[in-house]
Design a protein around this ligand. Structure first.
Ligand SMILES: NC(=O)c1ccc[n+]([C@@H]2O[C@H](COP(=O)([O-])OP(=O)(O)OC[C@H]3O[C@@H](n4cnc5c(N)ncnc54)[C@H](O)[C@@H]3O)[C@@H](O)[C@H]2O)c1
Length: 289
């Protein structure tokens, strides 16, 4: 239920980059429910305008490419003129780049764009916000990293590298800015079904696409302790925690919101072995190891 003026973020000014769709949209919604004024900074004008109109006067949309410093300067100038402050910055906007399975096939221009949007843009926005927060006595910066930053893996190497950079940047900035009352934390989501989180089904017919999605869902659930897929709202709850007073004594941390999938590789192996055993010994209890 919406808490509005008595909410956890009542009276706060928040910028959510990439706040028009996906996880950013859920963050915009939750922050607005909790009383914040939210500026959606996104390149997607259609969804940004529509969401601002839907959520009412506390939310506005500002066209912004976070990979472009002039756009970020204009964004902060807008926030200065409209609100005179920024209390919370959520660096959520990111791209994966073209999906090539092998690094040998990656295009350098694509790599550069991923770094520009996911890392350099995030750093520049953080500096702009932090200067304003310092002058006001504090604030909170929340960065969207990824479990792909914690685990090396197959494909999208540039994205993984940029997100790993986000984690070290988060910790370094927390050390640098703590004395000004500015906290900096990161969230590492697991696979969340948004337009980024969905695997392309191009070239498959409807049945094939559905079958592949079902197998992928099953694989995720096998490999994580909590047996449901995560939602954008799950991630937004972590952003709310870092944005507000509940985390007043927390900085430089990375919180995985992944159904426990990163708790340890043994969980995957145990679950997979148990599954094989269950197939051949269906009556066996869990202690059958
Ligand atoms: N979905 C997942 O499975 C997942 C997993 C781990 C981490 N994440 C991270 O969570 C964040 C949100 O991901 P998502 O799944 O909602 O992605 P998404 O692609 O569904 O949405 C991203 C939003 O960012 C906007 N955007 C893209 N480039 C931009 C730019 N240059 N400037 C401003 N806005 C831009 C898009 O218009 C869109 O509204 C990202 O940082 C992503 O890396 C997502």
């Amino acid at each position: 239920m919406a808490a509005g003026d008595s909410g956890e973020l009542a009276g706060r000014i928040a910028i959510v980059t990439g706040g028009a769709t996906g996880i950013g949209r859920a963050i915009t919604e939750l922050f607005s429910e909790q009383g914040a004024r939210v500026v959606i900074a996104d390149i997607d004008g259609e969804h940004g305008e529509a969401l601002a109109a839907e959520l009412g006067e506390r939310v506005c949309y500002r066209p912004t490419d976070v990979g472009d410093r002039a756009d970020l300067d204009a964004l902060f100038a807008f926030v200065d003129s409209q609100f005179g402050a920024v209390d919370v910055l959520v660096n959520n906007a990111a791209i994966t780049g073209a999906f090539s399975a092998r690094f040998l096939d990656d295009d350098m221009a694509d790599f550069e764009r991923v770094m520009q949007v996911n890392l350099a843009g995030l750093m520049y926005a953080s500096q702009q916000a932090a200067r304003r927060m310092r002058d006001r006595g504090g604030g909170s910066i929340v960065n969207l990293a990824s479990i792909a930053a914690l685990n090396p893996g197959y494909a999208i190497a540039s994205y993984r590298a940029a997100k790993a950079g986000v984690i070290n940047f988060t910790r370094s900035l927390a050390i640098d800015l703590g004395e000004y009352g500015i906290r900096v934390n990161a969230i590492a989501p697991g696979s969340i079904p948004t337009s980024m989180g969905r695997v392309s089904t191009e070239g498959l017919n409807e049945d094939q696409a559905a079958a592949m999605q079902a197998e992928l869902d099953e694989a995720w659930l096998i490999s994580q302790p909590i047996k449901r897929r995560g939602t954008p709202r799950d991630v937004a709850q972590a952003a709310l925690f870092f944005a507000g007073e509940r985390s007043a004594y927390v900085t430089g941390q990375v919180l995985a919101v992944d159904g426990g999938g990163s708790a340890g590789e043994a969980i995957n192996r145990t679950a997979l072995l148990a599954r094989v055993r269950a197939k051949y010994f269906p009556g066996e209890g869990e202690e059958g190891a």
